[in-house]
Design a protein around this ligand. Structure first.
Ligand code: DSN
Length: 416
């Protein structure tokens, strides 16, 4: 690279990624092939429109790339020829979710997602998000005692508020979601059911998390979390939605229009190629093994942390992530995150359900195993990682040398 300043910073970042333990559940390490697609001259191309109907010339190969990406995305989730369409153009998760509301929900109508501080997402209707300015947000909450979804209570709330859209799928919820129950809730008030599977899409693809497609009208996902693709997103829409039939609309058509020309301009073709590559990878038997190991690793990490006296929200995990409540350690999530980072362990501070502390200094930290599992770490290493957390947060020890040693045993394929 001729730009030495940026080259140096990129090299430093590669070194950081190589030498730290990444426990952020929404991050992962892409393959060299995905990187190759992202860093290819596809980034030069404008391709407004869809395959076969573009506003620019020169899209022969881009059309093929987008068509392959879509076919593979449907195949990965078992949706070939069963009445689902997919749009692979969303720039990322937030624009994808916004596009779904734009497509299906008249401005000013109600949307109902999980409250952000309980594990929801900004775009599920948080008050600072545009989604709650254009639509009326009537969020549901978790049960205070079980720290879990209370389907009966959500149903009652939905029947009272009568939202047009119910959103399931979260950023900090360690348990499996019952999509059948959500379908019943949505049907009880005639709402669309949107599942945002961004966090657990890779687990669905790997067969270790229930598929939402039997029950949802629309499914959104980012490509870069457990799915281990490029930063990008997809929207899957059902052609057999009863809600759409009642509203006399076709979801795929409305979604396509909402993405382009409604909200976006030219799609990022390099990202779409990255999706195609990642979907190919997700179809391999090795990806099934990976997804299984992600969940196994999270389970071991949870068990070990509990042995070390940490309290976990919901008492454990059934997925790739866990939420540690640090109240009994007399420490906030921010302080814990800083202490861990000094030792080369990267986590993010996070609110816990009914958090008495403010969002900028919440009570918890959120941990996940997708990135470490990609490095090849297994049960033994999870025990070691849990021990590191205890040594730093409980004993106040410095484990930075041991952290580097562990990372060196599981190197990334990126060269700095
Ligand atoms: N920022 C993502 C996460 O960390 O879960 C959600 O968009």
């Amino acid at each position: 690279m001729k730009d030495k300043a940026i080259e140096k910073l990129i090299k430093s970042e590669i070194k950081r990624q190589n030498e730290t333990i990444n426990l952020i559940p929404s991050e992962n390490f892409v393959s060299q092939d995905v990187l190759g697609a992202l860093g290819s001259p596809l980034t030069n191309k404008y391709a407004e429109g869809y395959p076969g109907a573009r506003y620019y010339g020169g899209n022969t190969y881009v059309d093929d790339i987008e068509t392959v990406a879509k076919a593979r995305a449907l195949e990965v989730f078992g949706l070939k020829d069963v009445g689902w369409a997919v749009n692979v153009q969303p720039y990322s998760g937030s624009p994808a979710n916004l596009a779904v509301y734009v497509a299906l929900i008249p401005i000013g109508e109600k949307i109902m997602g999980l409250q952000l501080d309980m594990g929801g997402h900004l775009t599920h209707g948080h008050k600072v998000s545009f989604t709650s300015k254009a639509w009326q947000s009537v969020p549901y909450v978790l049960n205070k005692k079980t720290e879990s979804l209370d389907y009966e209570a959500i149903k009652k709330w939905a029947e009272k508020e009568k939202p047009k859209m119910i959103v399931a799928g979260y950023t900090a919820y360690p348990k499996v979601i019952d999509f059948k129950k959500f379908r019943e809730i949505a049907d009880s008030c005639g709402a669309y059911l949107m599942v945002d599977m961004s966090h657990f899409a890779g687990l669905v693809a790997g067969g270790v998390y229930p598929s939402p497609f039997k029950y949802a009208d629309v499914v959104t996902t980012t490509a870069h979390k457990t799915l281990r693709g490029p930063r990008a997103a997809m929207i899957f829409s059902s052609r057999n939605s009863k809600v759409a039939e009642g509203n006399k609309v076709e979801i795929p058509k409305l979604i396509n229009r909402a993405i382009f020309p409604g909200l976006q301009g030219g799609p990022h073709v390099n990202q779409i190629a990255g999706i195609a590559v990642a979907m190919h990878e997700a179809m391999q038997p090795s990806f099934k093994k990976y997804a299984k190991q992600v969940v196994l690793n999270a389970g071991i990490l949870a068990t070990e942390l509990k042995k070390h006296g940490f309290r976990l929200v919901g008492d454990g995990t059934e997925t790739h992530l866990l939420l540690v409540d640090l109240t009994n350690r007399r420490m906030g999530g921010g302080e814990a995150s800083d202490k861990l980072e000094k030792n080369g362990i990267i986590v993010n501070k996070n609110t816990i359900p009914y958090d008495p502390r403010p969002p900028l200094d919440p009570s918890g930290i959120r941990l996940g195993t997708p990135a470490l599992t990609t490095r090849g770490m297994k049960e033994k290493e999870m025990k070691q990682v849990a021990k590191f957390l205890k040594e730093v947060l409980v004993d106040g020890s410095d484990v930075s040398k041991e952290v580097k040693k562990l990372c060196r045993r599981f190197p990334l394929s990126y060269k700095n």
